[in-house]
Ligand binder design. Sequence first.
Ligand code: ADP
Ligand code: ZN
Length: 609
Amino acid sequence: MKEVKSPKKPLLYYYGIVLLIILAFNLLVAPLLTGNQVAEVDYGTFMDMIDQGDIGLVQVEDSQIIFTNKDETKVYTTGPMEDPTLTERLHNCGAKFDRVVEEPASPLMSFLLTFILPILIFVGLGQYMSKKMMEQAGGKNSLSFGLGKSNAKVYVQSTKGIRFDDVAGEDEAKESLQEIVDYLHDPSKYSQAGASMPKGILLVGPPGTGKTMLAKAVAGEANVPFFSISGSEFVEMFVGMGASKVRDLFRQAKEKAPCIVFIHEIDAIGQKRSSGSAYGGNDEREQTLNQLLTEMDGFEENTGVIILAATNRPDSLDAALTRPGRFDRRVPVELPDLQGREAILKVHAKKIKPAEDVDFHTIARMAAGASGAELANIINEAALRAVRNNRSIVTQEDLEESIEVVIAGYQKKSAVLSDQEKKVVAYHEIGHALVAAEQSHSAPVQKITIIPRTSGALGYTMQVETGDKYLMSKEEIEDKIATYTGGRAAEEVVFGSITTGASNDIEQATKLARAMISRYGMSEEFDMVAMETVQNQYLGGDTSLACSPDTQKEIDRQVVALVKKQHEKAKNILLNNRSKLDELANYLYEKETITGDEFMNILKGGADK
Ligand code: ADP
Ligand code: ZN
């Protein structure tokens, strides 16, 4: 949801302009102001004027002679000369020896004009520019604050009417948030009943699951102003700005209450504060966080300001933020399930023209694990593909192709594989598919392709579970490991040599085998003892070991044994189905992409012959 910022002109550009202004000022304007009535003349002219008696006042100094004409309307200066008769001649022509009243620019005045004024202009311009730059950096959709308070403004009035209906799925999240909407409609109802709303609510979930959308929908449903700022915006500004931004944000929010304040990526400021401050910490961030805490404690309950914050790393937040009276309520916003995915696809499909036979259920099944943002992207990619093919109707094929574009990386048609490589990849992928198909606990194969992706994969076998899975049995995991080893096994069985193409398979198989033993309690020896614990499921599941070095060795030994056993199993499956393996691999080699149905037809069809 980041806006594209207009490119900033380099700072140097502004300084250049200021320099030019000062130069021009000194050359053109200053002389006009300071010396407009003083004319410098040569000594000859002075002599002539004496001869003509055209001298009024005269003041002889060491460095110059200042004089006026007879009427004392003009002031002249000229350089001094060794001229012993000067005084006498001046006296004779009737000049008065006196101070010339209209001094050519007092030193103070000229100092002010040539130094102070440009500096003032410089400072003024600088302030104007920094304000401008901050407006640019703030973007359109967010609050932007200048150096002073006066220019703090800009918020987004209820957001183009986003409603709960626009957010597909996420029923539980919507249900929890409905109460907030109700409260914002009539805060007094709650205060009369002695009930108080939480001030802060944390929307917790992976990126792209619609947290921002939900926050906007709350504002939209309640028809209240929506202030939005990203946590990273607080800290990316100048030092000391973060805290004053927070202050300004809350000042405005209180003025506009009831309203919603939405802080995206709150972990950017809300991370645990460094206790020892061994690295000096990030003072700016801590100051900002402290200010946020102060503000949250400062405003009374039921003022009608509700702060929603989004994060995908709730465990990294400072404990002070999640204390009662602050962000003490959590609303999980999870990745959509099968039904949710279908609903999201349908919501976004309203923007395109799908063909009549498009089956969103199948698409949703194929896009397991996709976030709402990715699903929206799949629809858009499909529409783009239709346009590239000069169509306005989006077909099933467009959509299926887009799943791979979005999830597996773009098709790299230009990458040329040698025939031998292509053959190896075909056998490798069929190896996966065949091992999967010949086991009773594997998900059916949906699609096999040997068209390379930009993600680096040379081929790809897509398996799709028939429903959403929440539990996996030991047998299923074992079969899955065997399927991962199937690619390499095919290379061994057919070519007798192995390639580097299996590195990802090896990684996945190892991960599963290790988890079986150390986390899922699926080994005889260790029973239900946890050897590893997951630290943070939102941080990609970092694990930490909790066992002795000896045990670790034993785990490693068992992981190897487990994978080896499945690898042997896969090899045997392929050896027993050698003719099928050849037939399928050749078919894939020719077609490059085959569907699960084609695969099963060949597999079953051949069996009767
Ligand atoms: P987050 O804030 O969780 O990172 P966003 O709310 O910014 O995610 O979602 C990004 C985009 O993904 C939205 O603009 C929308 O197009 C799409 N999207 C995500 N979740 C949903 C959903 N549940 N229903 C409809 N669209 C969704
Ligand atoms: Zn593989």
